[in-house]
Design a protein around this ligand. Structure first.
Ligand code: EPU
Length: 419
């Protein structure tokens, strides 16, 4: 197993190109199951989760190649099944449920089980599919779903769910009649998926708002035009903005969409960072001491839960006390205890954390517990005095493309070692 070693204390300076978004690529790959033929995507990141989704599609009979472009051929998909061995390593595997059911009339997808950041059930996905006429039951740890034909329905999500919205968007594209999704997720990744589905012939309106209307069509066809580009990873971008702030540095991000990061940028500015945006670019510069800031996580366009751990790392060095409330997942503070081992002062109370800023963090051996928690430890390590070693970084490899290379390019002293 690999670990990351970081010698902290260098202000980062330079330019980082943001990669394509993991959470946009995964639903796009699943959507290829809706239309037989060749699908081509560009700007796809090289990540463990992306390879897992590729293996899942291959298990079903698709061919998946990933070099400069990603090519998926779904002409021979015959086995509408997602096995436990793959689903247990990546919850987003559940994204194949909607497309398989819509195109093949049946699906067998392992239940994901618990995960490090909370229970994360999929009841809302299943209820919505039932409302569209599917029979759904559990059998030996698998969700089994069957239908002669999915029918349009009006579905109100009782809680906003990103992959739930994506699953139903895909299923409804091939359903008979019109589906209305109310209280839908509004993330940029939803808009990107709807754009691809529409390019395949779907009729979707309202993606990016909380009401989406999908008029079902009989068939979808892979677009003949140029490769479909994946949107930039807003969470990767956000993580590097914090890296500049926490090290007292100055970074320019390229290949990014500043509009996707508005709530984070606003908080970082209030915390004292100087940030300027222009199309495709964000320049961030440290501008004096870090000010304490309270944060609550919300669905998009609110402050993202996927940036909560990284923001907490920044607040450990702020001038004052900040309160951080995690409203999306019930168990997403595991980084707090590891940050405490580096000298941070954090008190947890259920979904709230009180962070009292300290003058310095110090390097320590720490352990990554999930993807974004790992990122927060890297950020803290970049600012800490001395050496930090972060074990279990396979979590980081799930969602950050070449993180240590990108950080080294802007002056960080960071390298990978065998444990
Ligand atoms: N929920 C239910 N029932 C459901 C679905 C969701 O109760 O059927 C609850 C969840 O337990 C959670 C809340 O609703 O409390 C929101 O969960 P959501 O379904 O939106 O999360 P997700 O779709 O499983 C995606 C991202 C996550 C990101 C969340 C929230 C992908 C592949 N994953 O997860 O990304 O944190 O939305 O924005 O898009 C990450 O990249 O590190 C990551 C965890």
């Amino acid at each position: 197993m690999d670990k990351l070693v970081v010698e902290g204390g260098t202000p980062l300076q330079g330019e980082i190109a943001v990669s394509g978004a993991k959470n946009a690529t995964l639903p796009l790959m699943a959507s290829a199951l809706l239309a037989s033929g060749r699908h081509t995507f560009s700007n796809t990141p090289r990540l463990r989760d992306i390879r897992t989704m590729g293996r899942l599609l291959e298990h079903m009979g698709a061919a998946c190649e990933h070099d400069a472009l990603m090519r998926i051929d779904t002409s021979n998909v015959q086995r509408p099944e997602a096995p436990y061995e793959l689903v247990k390593t990546m919850r987003a595997s559940v994204l194949v449920l909607g497309p398989l059911l819509a195109r093949h009339g049946s699906a067998r997808v392992s239940l994901p089980g618990g995960c490090a950041i909370g229970a994360r059930p999929i009841n809302l996905h299943l209820d919505a599919l039932k409302q569209m006429g599917a029979e759904v039951w559990l059998e030996e740890g698998y969700v089994v779903a069957r239908t002669r034909e999915l029918k349009g329905a009006t579905i109100t999500f009782e809680q906003i769910t990103v992959t739930g919205t994506e699953n139903i968007l895909m299923a409804a594209s091939l359903a008979k009649g019109t589906t209305r999704l109310l209280n839908a997720a509004r993330e940029p990744e939803i808009v990107a998926l709807a754009d691809y589905l529409n390019a395949m012939g779907a009729r979707i309106k309202g993606a990016g708002t909380s009401q989406i209307t999908i008029e079902g069509v009989r068939e979808l066809t892979p677009p003949a035009a140029a490769p479909f580009p994946v949107i930039p990873d807003r969470i990767e971008a956000g993580t590097y903005l914090v890296a500049a702030g926490i090290t007292g540095g100055q970074i320019t991000l390229t290949h990014c969409v500043p509009d996707h990061l508005e709530s984070l940028i606003e908080k970082l500015r209030s915390a004292g960072l100087a940030i300027e945006t222009s199309p495709g670019r964000i320049e961030v510069r440290s501008n004096g001491p870090i000010r304490s800031m309270d944060v609550k996580t919300y669905p998009f366009p609110g402050f993202p839960t996927d940036m909560q751990a990284q923001f907490m790392a920044l607040m450990t060095l702020a001038d004052g006390v900040s309160f951080i409330v995690e409203q999306i997942f019930e168990n997403r503070f595991m980084h707090a205890l590891e940050l405490t081992r580096m000298g941070a002062r954090i008190d947890l109370d259920g979904r709230s954390a009180m962070v009292r800023g300290v003058k310095n963090l110090s390097g320590a051996p720490v352990m990554a517990t999930d993807l974004r928690a790992s990122a927060s430890l890297v950020l803290a390590a970049l600012a800490a005095k001395g050496i930090t070693s972060i074990s279990r970084i396979y979590h980081l490899d799930r969602g950050y493309e070449s993180m240590e290379t990108k950080l080294s390019q802007v002056g960080a002293r960071i390298w990978r070692e065998k444990e």
